[in-house]
Design a protein around this ligand. Structure first.
Ligand SMILES: [Zn+2]
Ligand SMILES: [Zn+2]
Length: 234
């Protein structure tokens, strides 16, 4: 199962170690998965009954609706929304069986807000990719080098990765893995916080003649580090 993810995971780690400005390797993978998924959903698979059942049921989050609108395949979207709206009608009306119809409708609409077909597909694949990275680190020394030269992992992906590793790796191996991941993270947050401090200082007239060093883009970089890359820059 993990074999199919080996190539994209290796490629993402290669990319960020050559171009640190590309940031978190899992954000790189996220964006690729997202762009593939949006192409697929508005392409041939849109009319496939089993996928349609899921999109009718789950709908999409706002950022994925907006990205789909941007692709300008309006008929495809229209057809998908036609059947999704029928599903939403049922949720609005509440169940036909006896019971607290209104409360059931409210709960069911609340559930709908939490689901997005594209997000759920990406999450599933990205979790497998995170698992693959941990597996590669455990089994291939070459990969460890690449791993340690990643510029950083955004916090949500760092957390997901070390959490997965803590459950899967033998205790001693996990301790080594954690150290390797933490070292990457610690180095980056130290540099990043000095960049942000310098950025703030530069607004003081006393520092007018000082250079910016690497601080000019430190605020958007801090946001990327804290929350991952913005979803909508596909
Ligand atoms: Zn990330
Ligand atoms: Zn989504």
């Amino acid at each position: 199962m993990e074999q199919i993810y080996t190539i994209p995971v290796n490629e993402a780690f290669d990319l960020v170690s050559e171009k640190p400005e590309c940031g978190c390797p899992f954000c790189v993978l996220y964006k690729k998965l997202q762009s593939d998924e949006l192409d697929i959903i508005l392409g041939a698979s849109m009319m496939e009954p089993d996928i349609r059942i899921k999109t009718n049921e789950q709908g999409f989050c706002l950022s994925h609706y907006n990205m789909m609108l941007g692709k300008k395949r309006m008929l495809g979207m229209g057809l998908m929304l036609e059947s999704h709206l029928n599903e939403v009608k049922k949720r609005l009306a509440g169940p036909t069986v006896l019971g607290n119809k209104r409360q059931a409708a409210i709960a069911s609409l609340g559930e709908l807000e939490q689901t997005c077909y594209v997000c759920s597909r990406i999450d599933k694949n990205l979790s497998a990719m995170i698992a693959t990275a941990v597996y590669l680190w455990e089994s291939q020394y070459d990969f460890r080098k690449k791993f340690s030269s990643a510029p950083y992992f955004c916090l949500p992906h760092y957390r997901a990765m070390v959490d997965y590793a803590s459950k899967k790796l033998p205790k001693k191996v996990f301790a080594e893995f954690y150290d390797a991941a933490y070292t990457v993270e610690e180095n980056y947050i130290n540099t990043l916080s000095s960049d942000v401090s310098w950025f703030c200082k530069k607004f003081d007239y006393l520092y007018n003649d000082e250079p910016w060093y690497n601080s000019k883009d430190s605020v958007p970089r801090a946001v990327k580090f804290l929350s991952g890359d913005p979803k909508d820059d596909v």
